[in-house]
Design a protein around this ligand. Structure first.
Ligand SMILES: *Cc1c(COP(=O)(O)O)cnc(C)c1O
Length: 349
């Protein structure tokens, strides 16, 4: 089965060999206070920065998931309140989780409408943006992130890049806090989250000095000084991440490949009367997750037929479950997988 699910997603085919290597080299029993673990952390952070073009002075923290990152941001970085600009289910979930811990305001925008402009002024000290909305296949452009940064001077900008980090080139300078989990664009098994913080974010965490949790950011940062973690981490996940980072090309190359493939796929669906991208705004369409809308019966039929051919398509998410399907355009999927998919889809479109 080839999985086009946007997370957990198709793994790199090398994962079984890497996992076997981790076992035979004793990585799976590695003590997380050992120098070998510190070396693994250090190398993985270094590789992530080099391959994804993350500024040298940013720091990487390991978490269990992107969801955990939502909480860490709320507990350790929000002083007054957060401001969430979102158009889909993940952005909304983040807003709701954050609101349980700290005051929060939300600005919802419809995927078919122009992005909010003057309304993005807030008293909040942390702005929260979902760069790639996995639920509806939309993304926020670099230009819009710049626009937000200009409006939100002296505020922290936190960016959920769970389903784009590793797939497209991100301008990390435009945000102070970035996070993702590895089961999307990085083609790895679930169970590891990546939290990436700028020096400004870490200074603020220091100043707020919130220390009530095992995953308080200040505590994570103290441990990071020694390239350690605050609890026994997912060492296998970290090792697999390192191996994948060694293997993948520079993000510029991946970016071009993913963009081209996204364009081809959108072009392919443009020829269909019955199945169309959820949003008609080409600037808003995601490169890494396609969300396609159609008659619920047809959507169901396409998914069933594809599954019979060994091609697993993603269900719609939340209230979009019936009339949309999703296709991950992640780097671990080869071009030939997409050729197979479009050949099969041609029969219905
Ligand atoms: C998948 C996803 C999450 C949740 O990731 P977990 O690893 O399950 O916590 C959060 N935000 C976005 C945009 C996602 O795609």
């Amino acid at each position: 089965m080839i999985s086009f699910y946007p997370g957990p997603s198709q793994l790199y085919s090398q994962i079984p060999a890497f996992a076997a290597q981790a076992f035979s080299e004793g990585i799976l029993s590695l003590n997380h206070r050992s120098s070998e673990f510190s070396e693994l952390y250090k190398q993985t952070e270094h590789l992530l920065k080099v391959k994804l073009q993350i500024p040298e002075d940013y720091r990487l923290f390991f978490t269990s998931s992107a969801t955990e990152c939502w909480e860490i941001i709320a507990q350790s970085l929000i002083e007054r309140s957060s401001f969430h600009i979102y158009n889909g289910a993940f952005g909304e979930k983040w807003y709701h989780y954050s609101r349980k811990l700290k005051p929060a305001a939300g600005l919802h925008f419809a995927p078919e409408k122009p992005l909010p402009n003057d309304e993005i002024v807030s008293e909040a000290d942390v702005y929260c943006i979902t760069q790639n909305e996995t639920s509806n296949g939309t993304q926020i452009s670099k230009e819009y992130l710049k626009h937000i940064k200009n409006k939100a001077t002296k505020k922290l900008i936190a960016i959920d890049a769970t389903s784009s980090l590793g797939g497209i080139l991100l301008d990390f300078k435009l945000g102070d806090i970035w996070f993702a989990s590895v089961q999307k664009c990085l083609g790895l098994p679930a169970g590891l989250g990546l939290l990436i913080c700028s020096p400004t974010a870490l200074e603020k965490a220091d100043r707020i000095s919130e220390s009530d949790h095992y995953n308080s950011l200040g505590f994570l940062n103290q441990n990071r000084e020694k390239f350690q973690t605050s609890y026994t981490p997912n060492v296998l996940g970290i090792f697999l991440l390192k191996k994948v980072l060694e293997m993948i090309p520079d993000i510029n190359k991946t970016h071009e490949h993913i963009k081209n493939r996204a364009n081809k796929l959108y072009h392919f669906f443009a020829g269909s009367e019955q199945v169309k991208p959820l949003t008609s705004d080409t600037n808003l369409r995601s490169d890494t997750v396609l969300c396609l809308k159609g008659n619920p019966d047809l959507i169901e039929h396409i998914k069933t037929e594809c599954r019979d051919q060994g091609l697993l398509l993603g269900n719609g998410y939340g209230n979009l479950v019936k009339d949309t399907l999703r296709i991950a355009n992640f780097p671990a999927l080869s071009d030939s997988c997409f050729e197979q998919l479009t050949t099969t889809l041609k029969h219905f479109l």
